[in-house]
Each structure stands twice: as C-alpha cells, then as structure tokens.
Design a protein around this ligand. Structure first.
Ligand code: SF4
Length: 474
C-alpha cells in the first residue's frame, strides 16, 4: 500500500485517487467462533493514506455534526503528515475516552454522513482514524494526562460512559476523583448492555485500570439510599457529578409479548461478556430459530450473538426499508456476511405460543413511511414466521427509580429528566449531571460531551467559589 499520492497528484484530489477504506476485519468464519471485536485498527500507513483523502473543507460538515465539536479536519491533516502524536493529542482533547467513543459512536449517522465526500465517493474514514489515533496515544502512554493536583475532591457517580469520561477529564485537570458505582463491576452499560462484538471488555477494563493507576478511587456495589446519599457526598467532596447509566430495553406491547422464550436484547448481548458462551441462564438458542425485533446496533448484535451461540438461524425484523436502518452500515454488512437475515418494512403485531406454551410464531404486518421520517404499521395484513426465541431490541427507555433518597431534591423536567444549566450544573449548586439522566438513553458521544462540559463546569464553579471566599468581607 502506498503512503503517498501518485507523483504529480494534487493533494486536493487525493480522495478521487485513493479508495476510501473502513477498518480491516476478521473473516466471518473466524469471527463466528468467538465473541471478540470484528475489526482491528488501521496501521500507520493506512491511517496516513486515508486521512490524506480529506479535502480540508473551510466549513467542515464533519465538525459541525460532531456533538463534541472535535476539530476533525485538523487531526486528519496531521495524521496525513504522519504527525500522529499531535493528531492524537488534539483528538483526545476533544473526546475523553476516545478509544471507547471511536468504537461505539454512530459515525455514519454523524461525521461521516456529513462529510462532503459522502456521495461523490466514500466519506473519509473518520471513525477508523480516530480509533487509530486513540490506540496510538494509549500505546505511547499518553491516554490519560494527570494535571497538577488542585486540592479539590470530586465524587463521580456511575462507572459507564459518562462516569469514565468525566473522571478522565477531571484527572487531567488535577482533581482527586472517587468513582462510585452501583454494580459490583465497573463499566456500566458498556458491560451490561453493549456487545463485545463492538467493544471488547478488555478495552473498558483498560480505561478503568488506567484511572486507578492515576489515583482514582473506584468504589463499587454502593446502592443509592442504602450506601450513598447526596448530603453525605456533599460533605465529603467539593463537587459531585451524577452520571449513572439509567436505561432499560423497551417491552413489546403486543399480545403474547411476554411469552416464555421472549428475551430482552440488552441482557442477551450483555451476557456475552466474561462467561460469554454461557449466556443468560436458561436461554439456550442452540439449534433454534431466533427472531430479533429491531434494527438498531443492539438488534444486529443480538442476531450475530445468537449465531455464535449456535442458533440455526437469526432473523432481524426491521420496520424501515433496506438502506434506512438505524444501525450502522458497518454492523449491517458484518451481520449479512455472517448469515443474519433481514426482513425489511415489517413489524410484529402478536406473538403466538406453541403447544408447550412457549413462543412459537411471530405475526408480522407491513409498515409504511409517514411524514417526518417515521413509520406506521399497515393494518389488516398479517403473516407468520416461526420462532423458537424472540429477542427484543426496539430501543431503550429511561430506567425509572434511579434518583432515590435525597437525590430526589434535584429538579427534574416533566419527563423526569434532570435539569441542568449550560455548565451541566443541576438545581443544587456543586452537583453536576450528564448522560442518561439528563437526555434519556442516547449516543455515547452525548454522554461524553456532557462529561467534558461538567468537568469544565466543576472547575469553573470551584474556582469562582474560592475567589468569593477569599474576597474581603464588606
Ligand atoms: S467534511 Fe470530510 S472532507 Fe471535509 S473536512 Fe470533514 S472529513 Fe475532511
């Protein structure tokens, strides 16, 4: 592979001479034998080559569409020049936990969708280059920078995306950080509900390990109301960040939606971790026909996981037409290669039991588009497909009851979302929040943006409070 343009080429037109590439991946027959990530990062030559396709737009759509406003064109130019260290530094400044964000961010719905090359050619492989840079930075020991100690202590509640991002950003700014998690293992929804096919648990554990090495205390198994209350945290710490994951899968509200044999998708993929091959106790899909209801990344992960667990077939029932699914294109292509089947523009209207009382059939009807980009079921047309297992992956909703005890004093909107100001501070001074509790279940990059803003906000708040305390009375 060449690392430079053909002689005589104008760098402005490199995009038309170099084929856009996504991450290299393992062969389907090989990856179907395990639960590890499908892709591996670019090598240096490929990262340089692919970055050189960027035409350096004066008003870059990629940056405008990026929720954290990462200066993408800047780090692409540096990557194309081979200045990986500086490119990785700039990328990492914008995106704490970049190695996690790069793996999970829906790039083909954000930066790569908005790339000016998307249409005339393949968009620049922004996500793949970001992952390369994140791994480069970690390999060179610069994944988490520790700032000079400022003497302030911050409690970070939650060990998922928002918590990990906020803790990383706070450490960089010199805070003493204590992370407090409800589960016995750190990682939040990254472990509990995200497939290892997209992010190996080793990647999550590595970030937590780095934080611990840099002095972050991680307290686990602490339940709100029982072990943790806000007033106690306020007396123990100078500021608090509330970043719990608070999401659960939606139920299927059709007749038979709770029959035996119906499984929640997030549990199904979440149990692919650690004791991977064991899965959920009592859920053995070997030899069975698995129908997944849904079309997002979790749905596709469920179907792929079912095949790895020995299912005879795995079918995704998708309400949208082909080409308009909510999953990432890469996920869809990987799944098709592995043998996952897709039924487009269909939705379930009922589940039927077999002779033993377990789910045996899914009754489907067609869908049609409605104004605004949504869809609705076509009434009166039904057909059945057989199913031994039905896995639900129709999106997530906010888990109720997370804000317990004196956390309930934090002001919420009508829909239960925590209210925060532009600096992510809640109605209680010194208490900041971000992620699921503020926005409901959303993309990882939203939680990362909140976490970065909150860390900035905490620093500004404590500095301003210290200034006021030092001002002469009267
Ligand atoms: S939109 Fe595409 S071509 Fe333009 S600056 Fe961004 S990555 Fe480069």
């Amino acid at each position: 592979m060449s690392t430079s343009l053909p002689s005589g080429s104008n760098p402005k037109y490199a995009w038309s001479e170099i084929t856009g590439r996504d991450l290299p991946k393992r062969a389907p027959e090989q990856r179907l034998r395990d639960f590890h990530e499908t892709h591996f990062p670019f090598d240096e030559a490929t990262a340089r080559e692919q970055a050189s396709r960027c035409v350096q737009c004066p008003r870059p759509g990629c940056v405008i569409s990026c929720p954290v406003g990462s200066p993408i064109q800047q780090w692409l130019e540096l990557t194309a020049e081979g200045n990986f260290a500086e490119a990785a530094r700039i990328s990492g400044e914008a995106t704490p936990i970049a190695e996690i964000c790069a793996r999970l961010c829906p790039r083909d719905h954000l930066c790569e969708d908005a790339c000016i090359l998307n249409g005339p050619a393949e968009p620049v492989s922004i996500g793949a280059i970001e992952e390369f840079l994140a791994e480069y930075r970690l390999a060179h020991g610069e994944g988490i920078v520790v700032g000079p100690a400022n003497g302030w202590r911050v409690a970070v509640l939650g060990t998922g995306v928002a918590g990990l991002a906020c803790a990383s950003e706070l450490v960089k700014r010199g805070f003493s950080v204590t992370m407090i998690g409800r589960a016995e293992r750190a990682g939040g929804f990254l472990l509990r509900g995200t497939s290892t096919l997209r992010i190996d648990e080793a990647i999550v554990d590595r970030r937590i390990g780095m934080l611990r090495e840099r002095g972050v205390v991680v307290r686990l198994g602490e339940v709100t109301g029982r072990d943790v209350c806000l007033s106690q945290l306020q007396s123990e710490f100078d500021a608090v960040f509330v970043g719990w994951d608070a999401r659960r899968a939606r139920a299927l509200a059709v007749p038979g939606g709770d029959l035996p044999g119906v499984v929640q998708g997030t549990e199904f993929v979440g149990h692919a971790r650690g004791e991977a091959e064991a899965g959920i106790p009592g859920v053995d899909v070997r030899g069975g026909r698995v129908v997944v209801i849904g079309e997002d990344d979790t749905a596709v992960d469920c179907a792929r996981t079912a095949l790895r667990r020995g299912a005879a077939e795995a079918v995704c029932v998708c309400p949208h037409p082909a080409g308009s699914l909510t999953c990432c294109r890469r996920e869809f292509e990987d799944a098709e290669e592995e043998g996952v089947q897709f039924r487009f523009e269909e939705t379930p209207v009922a589940l039927r039991a077999n002779d033993t009382g377990r789910v045996g059939q899914v009754v489907l009807t067609g869908t049609r588009r409605v104004e605004g980009g949504g869809w609705e079921a076509v009434e009166g047309v039904g057909h059945e497909i057989p199913a031994d297992w039905v896995i639900l992956a129709m999106g997530l909703e906010t888990e109720p009851g997370v804000l317990e005890a004196d956390f309930q004093q934090l002001q919420t909107a009508e829909d239960g979302a925590l209210m925060v100001d532009a600096a992510q501070m809640t109605s209680v001074p010194g208490v900041f929040a971000g992620g699921d509790l503020v926005h409901g279940p959303s993309e990882v990059v939203i939680a990362i943006r909140d976490a970065r803003l909150a860390a900035e906000g905490i620093e500004a708040y404590l500095k301003s409070r210290a200034t006021k305390q030092n001002e002469p009375a009267g």
